[in-house]
Design a protein around this ligand. Structure first.
Ligand code: DP6
Length: 320
């Protein structure tokens, strides 16, 4: 018996940063994401005659072999145990996983990994215990407890996560071109889980929830009215706000490098010249994510041509 599942990654435009409950990953503020259907994790699981579950890379033709640190494997297996408890099941599993994007390029894989793991495990546990399949919402809620951002990977193309609510949103722009400009693929000195804790020490953290609420409303209304320039502006403010929290934490830390700045400056220049361009955001890392409307494909090609000699770029143009 084998069960398989796959789940996409997602990129937040309104960021989840800071937790009101660390054990259950309750976010201090709402977040809004766009689902990256092309960046996926694949999981295969089977029962194992052993006292403990085990992880190993899944080999898939033409896909890179996934490498996980012992700490990451343990965190993954902890979630397996958590899900087993929900079904009162005690057997062990062999879990295999792969990403269809390089694991060393510094792109977040925890969202797609935990969403895929939750989906596969839930299917297996339902079959093995003859239980009814829980709702997508319930699965997203369990996944959130392993890694917050993974709950948004259950719904697309837009997903709003607010408190205990995780919901798909009907917004214009269901299909966007995506580019990840990989600035640096070194391991991060401060993980995003650690960043969530540290930002609470920043003096700027006090008004964060209110600022995010306001930005969420302006982004939703910009998208609703297809006001792309305003959407760009809000996303720009939002990722700088999050990175300002990092730099004003005690002790301060940060991810933006001179190479990230070159990309940001170049994209800003594109907006000035053409009065249009991509939405731009950065996670807890130095890499830059760009999202383009289909009609701005020419600019996506232009930006890719200009940055390619210096940066590794992961692009996705096919919108069908
Ligand atoms: C900066 O979901 O990785 O990417 O819940 O501790 O696993 P944990 O954190 P994680 O945080 C992601 C933070 C972010 C912003 C976002 O995706 O909203």
């Amino acid at each position: 018996m084998k069960w398989q599942a796959s789940a996409p990654s997602n990129i937040a435009l309104i960021k989840y940063m800071g937790k009101s409950n660390r054990e259950q990953n309750i976010a201090s503020n709402p977040s809004l994401s766009y689902t990256l259907e092309h960046l996926r994790t694949f999981i295969e699981i089977e029962p194992l005659e052993s006292a403990e579950s085990r992880w190993e890379p899944l080999s898939m033709p033409d896909q890179p072999v996934l490498e996980l640190s012992p700490k990451a494997i343990q965190r993954f297996l902890n979630h397996v145990e958590f899900l087993k408890k929900q079904f009162d099941y005690s057997g062990a599993f062999l879990i295999r996983s792969a990403n269809n994007f390089p694991s060393d390029c510094g792109l977040a894989s925890s969202a797609s990994s935990y969403a895929a793991l939750t989906k596969a495990m839930v299917r297996a546990l339902c079959d093995l215990t003859q239980s009814a399949l829980p709702s997508e919402w319930q699965q997203a809620d369990w996944s959130r407890q392993a890694s917050g951002s993974s709950c948004r990977s259950f719904f697309g193309p837009w997903c709003l996560w607010q408190g205990e609510r995780i919901e798909p949103l009907e917004l214009p722009f269901p299909k966007l071109i995506h580019q990840a400009i990989v600035v640096d693929h070194e391991r991060k000195a401060v993980s995003s889980s650690e960043a969530h804790v540290r930002v609470a020490t920043s003096l700027l953290f006090a008004g964060r929830t209110e600022r995010v609420q306001q930005r969420l409303q302006s982004l939703l209304s910009a998208l609703d009215q297809s006001n792309w320039a305003q959407a760009f502006e809000v996303c720009w403010h939002e990722f700088w706000d999050m990175h300002a929290l990092f730099e004003t934490s005690m002790p301060a830390f940060g991810y933006i490098t001179a190479r990230s700045m070159n990309v940001l400056e170049y994209v800003r220049q594109i907006w000035r010249e053409h009065q249009r361009g991509p939405m731009i955001t950065m996670d807890a890392g130095p890499n830059v994510h760009l999202l383009y409307r289909p009609q701005d494909k020419d600019l996506a090609h232009q930006i890719e041509r200009s940055l390619k000699p210096e940066y590794y770029i992961l692009s996705h143009y096919e919108l069908d």
